[in-house]
Ligand binder design. Sequence first.
Ligand SMILES: [Zn+2]
Ligand SMILES: [Zn+2]
Length: 233
Amino acid sequence: MRLAPVTCTSCAAPLPLAVPAPQVPCPHCGVANALPAEYVQAAELRRREAEARRQTEPLWRALATGAPTWSKPVALALIVLLPPLATLVAWLIPRLELGAVAITALVSLPSLLPGAALWIWASAVAGTTLRFRAALTARSEGNATCCRGCGAPLATEPGALAATCGYCGTDSLLEKIPVGELARSLGEAMTTLEEGARKLRARRATLGLGTFGLALVVGGSSFLLWLALRLAA
Ligand SMILES: [Zn+2]
Ligand SMILES: [Zn+2]
C-alpha cells in the first residue's frame, strides 16, 4: 500500500506520517491537520512494521560495520613480514634440506598469500558495506529527512538508526554517509569524459603498479635475506 503524502492545510508542506492519531501537527508551522481514516490505519500498520525494524537494527549494526579496523594494518604487516620470516625459518631448519629455488617456490611466495587474502577480503567487505549503506540511506531535501522510496518526509526519533515511512512502509537509514560528497568533489575535478577517462586510467595504473611494487619489495627482501644467509654460511 502506497499513499500520497498529506500536505499541511496552512503551509502546504508535506507531513510526516508517524503516530496513528486522527490529527497530525505540522512540523513547520504547528497547525494540527486532520488525517483521513485510511491514513490513520496505515500509520497503525507502519507502527507495527517499525517494531519489526527495531528488532533487526542490532543485526544491521553488527553487519554494517565493515571489516574490523585491525584488518588492513595486520594484512600489510603480514605481507611485509611473513615472507622474510618464513624464508628465514625454512633456511634455518637444516632437516628440510631445501634449495633456494624450492624455498622461494614453497615458502617465500606462498607466505604472501595470507596477507594478500586478508587485504582483498577487507577491501571487498568495506566496499560492499558502503554500497549497501548508501543504497538504504534516507534522502535529504533541505533540512528535511525524506523516505528513500517515495520521498515523503520522515518522522525521525532522536538517536534512531532508521525510520519507517508512514506512506509507503520503506525503511531508510538515518546515518550520514559522505559518499555523495566524495563523488561530488571527484566529479568537480572532472568536467569532460576525456578528463574522467584520463583520471581513471591513471588510478588503475597506480593500483596495478602498487600491487606489482609490493610484490617486488617482498620478493627483493626475501632474495636479499637468502643472499645474506648464503654469504654467512
Ligand atoms: Zn504547516
Ligand atoms: Zn515512503
